[in-house]
Design a protein around this ligand. Sequence first.
Ligand SMILES: Nc1nc2c(ncn2[C@@H]2O[C@H](COP(=O)(O)OP(=O)(O)OP(=O)(O)O)[C@@H](O)[C@H]2O)c(=O)[nH]1
Ligand SMILES: [Mg+2]
Length: 423
Amino acid sequence: MEQLEQKAILVGVNLNHQEDFEYSMEELANLAEACDIEVVGTMTQNLPRVNKSHYIGTGKSGEVLALLEGQEGNLVIFNDELSPSQIRNLEADLQCKVIDRTILILDIFARRAKTREAQLQVEIAQLKYMLPRLIGLRESLGRQSGGVGTKNRGAGETRLELDRRRIEEKITVMSKELEVLVSHRQTQRKQRKKNDVPVVSLVGYTNAGKSTIMNALMEQFSTAPEKLVLEKDMLFATLETSVRNIPQPDNKSFLLTDTVGFVSKLPHHLIKAFRSTLEEVAEADLLIHVVDYSNPEYDRLIDITIQTLKEIGITDIPTLYAYNKSDLTDRHIPQVEGDKIYLAAKPRIGIPELVEAIRERIFKDYIRCDMLIPYDQGAVVSYLNESAHILSTEYEEAGTKISMECRLSDYGKYKQYVVEATE
Ligand SMILES: Nc1nc2c(ncn2[C@@H]2O[C@H](COP(=O)(O)OP(=O)(O)OP(=O)(O)O)[C@@H](O)[C@H]2O)c(=O)[nH]1
Ligand SMILES: [Mg+2]
């Protein structure tokens, strides 16, 4: 999308009167805006099923063409992923560039990707999207440069084959590079797992406030400011997964991860490409599903998030719902109702309540006990000082007597020193 001044008509087909149709058109306009495209008109159609060759009904194409001319548009954006032949037919009818929701999302991701891993993931998804559409792309390029002509068809097809092979090779090379980066992160994750620190993952729709919650938690437990993550009012501000330690005064610390947000109709290739980024989420002990409670459509966005998680294979991780941005609603905050917490991360309302709810859920396997540790086992004493919640320490004749709350796994490991325990 290198051209300047793109003026687009948005086109959507409402299949069987979907309730979320209007919102998804609004969202399409936001996605276009995120790509610096000006929206100059919108056209929608109710259909029981899409038209195989043109997506919209044939009569409707004429209407889109008229609107395009009336508004001096030079681009048409469809609200669903189009097939290669649909793009080709539509471009022939409308005599301008036709793109779909998938390209828009891929383009936004490409603009936002900062780390090598994210860049590779996006580029692979883009190439995979392009591969079956090369013919259409070539024709539309031909049209843009003024000549369509059939006389060079043979040469064009050879070029096409070459292009296809080049792209396939590029995908292979990039996938290998990505694999190396991913395996590096997997090693780090295994290391963390060994340390037995619980992992909590923020998930949710894009722009719900996940990164803001992450920063609020770091701020509360005075983490270094350079660890803060980017929070911004734009779609897909976060594309990479960040893991941060949230230290707790009683040694019941946990790791918090912030990751990419979701959107309706997230391209399939993109989900696949980002699967490795989301592995972090798949291994979490607890999910915080962040909801923009000020969005009237919040219920639907919850469903889309749950659906997308399902697609990555995440279905049975215990979940807390953080109804964020409640400061923009008339709900009294903070408020905790079972697994739902109404809060506002930006003005920092309800953060301690959220932390408490997290702790209640992830530190269930703790046990209150006393251990008597012989003086020649100094290493055990220092380990417990770092990983258990110490209530008191006394120095007795036979060794150090520690009253504490510790993890069940540590209790098992040092059972021989236990003198008293209550669950
Ligand atoms: N009014 C209000 N605004 C909030 C609140 N929490 C976050 N925001 C704003 O919402 C916008 C998005 O916040 P982020 O934390 O970047 O959202 P995110 O979920 O990380 O978004 P992506 O990374 O794009 O998926 C920012 O402008 C925040 O300042 C809140 O409780 N109240
Ligand atoms: Mg974010």
